[in-house]
Design a protein around this ligand. Structure first.
Ligand SMILES: [Mg+2]
Length: 409
């Protein structure tokens, strides 16, 4: 038997290098006869500054991706361009690992660099789907469902008023057609004595319970209702709040404590029957591993374009499934990354829902030519790749100041 040598052990390089050249990976036949030629970004000023990413190839196929919003993403992506030019866009996993390795000096095990890599990784799924003429969910193993449940993140002008929250819940269920909602629970109650110590006084807990009571009683069986705390409270306060909410059987209580200490997270989660959700600020499979292995969460909430991309989320979902934990994908992105989450959600058994965070914007769906959300669900597209087409006029109209529009092709 002939063994093909995959890499030259004598090749000169300064660190572990997973580029096609060093690995001896070839692009010789069929759809593999393609190379990445360029990557560009444009920031669209939505309710967040969305970093849209386009990866170009010499086959004339262009992939759309998106990095989680925030400063620095375009610069990091520009810095990575030389590492992906000439690579085969079908080698998604290796390119991801290659970029993590190449960007190690810039902190690539978490944070902004991983989000930037995620933006490219989403675009590679779009390209690969288009080259192979399959929807992106097919690249992740096929689908469990034809449509993905979408939950609506809700806001009111009077966010600390429990009746105003209940009214908005009613409107979102009846007028917008959602059967799944989320409200912020870290809103000011007026009873705070100190904003830094994370402690919840009894009247603050009572105020939060009133919001939950009014919202859940108003929607009844028509919708599931989750509540987000944005890492605000002490361990003891989180425990008291979660216990106080038990009679209301909320969909979940999200991020009641800061995201770093998984030991505390485990104790808070195990101390209550209220389902606890964590995950949008925990990066890659490595970051989420202990949360799952130690059964420190009831529902895991990775953000696809933030924490590592579609394949990392698939891997996290697989790990979660070993512990019988469902996945509710955090999402505050444009239609591009939202559809990436929909494809991941279609391909994993344990997906609960994907978040939608832009209902107040009014033009979210204008960014793409296809309809995305109808009556609280997103149809899983059968079109190749992510299955959405950027509307360049809409992108240009909503581009952030000082941005230049990326090339169409
Ligand atoms: Mg959240």
């Amino acid at each position: 038997m002939n063994y093909r040598r995959l890499s030259d052990p004598n090749a000169e390089y300064t660190m572990r290098d997973l580029s096609a050249e060093t690995m001896g990976v070839t692009n010789s036949r069929g759809p593999r006869d393609v190379e990445i030629t360029d990557v560009q970004t444009t920031i669209v000023e939505g309710n967040y500054p969305w970093t849209l990413v386009r990866v170009y190839t010499d086959a004339g196929v262009v992939g759309n991706g998106e990095s989680y919003w925030g400063a620095g993403e375009p610069e990091i992506i520009e810095r990575m361009a030389p590492f992906i030019k000439g690579e085969n866009p079908l080698d998604i996993d290796r390119i991801y690992e290659h970029l993590v390795q190449k960007m190690s000096g810039e902190g690539s095990i978490s944070g902004k660099v991983i989000s930037a890599i995620s933006g490219i990784e989403l675009a590679l799924h779009d390209i690969a789907g288009k080259l192979l003429d399959v929807p992106a969910y097919q690249l992740l193993g096929g689908k469990y469902r034809d449509e993905m449940r979408i939950y609506c993140d809700c806001h009111t002008e009077d966010e600390a008023n429990p009746d105003a929250c209940a009214d908005e819940a009613e409107r979102v269920v009846e007028e917008l057609g959602y059967d799944a909602l989320k409200f912020d629970l870290d809103v000011p109650s007026g009873f705070e004595k100190d904003r830094a110590n994370r402690h919840l006084r009894k009247p603050e807990i009572d105020h939060k319970v009133e919001i939950v009571e009014k919202v859940t009683e108003r929607v009844g069986d028509r919708a599931d209702a989750a509540f987000d705390c944005h890492w605000s409270f002490s361990a003891g306060s989180a425990h008291r709040l979660a216990r106080a909410l038990e009679p209301y059987d909320v969909w979940w209580l999200e991020d009641p404590i800061p995201p770093e200490n998984h030991d505390v997270q485990r104790e808070v989660t195990r101390s209550t029957a209220t389902p606890i959700t964590v995950g949008e600020n925990v990066y890659r499979t490595h970051g989420q591993r202990r949360l799952l292995e130690e059964q420190a969460v009831d529902i895991i909430a990775p953000d696809v374009p933030k924490i590592g991309g579609m394949r990392q989320t698939r891997k996290i979902a697989d790990l979660a499934d070993l512990y019988y934990v469902p996945v509710a994908m955090h999402n505050v992105s444009s239609p591009i990354a939202t559809m990436a989450s929909v494809h991941v959600g279609a391909a994993i058994p344990n997906s609960l829902a994907v978040e939608y965070h832009s209902y107040e914007l009014g033009w979210w769906e204008d960014l793409v030519e296809e309809p995305i959300i109808e009556d609280g669900y997103a149809e899983v597209p059968e079109r190749p790749g992510l299955g959405v087409t950027l509307d360049f006029d809409a992108v240009e109209e909503h581009m952030a100041e000082g941005e230049t529009l990326f090339d169409e092709a």
